[in-house]
Design a protein around this ligand. Sequence first.
Ligand SMILES: [Zn+2]
Length: 124
Amino acid sequence: MSLKLCQGTKCHTYNTKDRLKGMKGNKTFQTRRRSSMYYGTGNFCSMQCYNDWAETFIDKAIDHFGRLTEPKHLTEHNAWVKTYNWDRNYENRTYVFRNGITKEQRPLTEEQFRDTNYTLNTGE
Ligand SMILES: [Zn+2]
């Protein structure tokens, strides 16, 4: 199993026991190394490290991949959301597509509800 390094810019500056490595007289706090991490799609050991990275690089990252300059629009063609009419008794639950703009509802089977590829949306 290969270990990944936390990408947090300040990970090594947090004084925790598990980051302190090395022989006596030659100890250093080091960036965490783990087989799996839970934050930032597996790149960060903690939310703190994720936020440290974001604070340092987020503007560069957004400029690199394209900063939004106009608001996006959710139209009635892509405002369908899968939901269900909540019922205390699971058996009586009815699934529907609900359009957030027109408020129209269309029936949905439980199978269609669970199928993540099934949608009525035709746009982004
Ligand atoms: Zn970290």
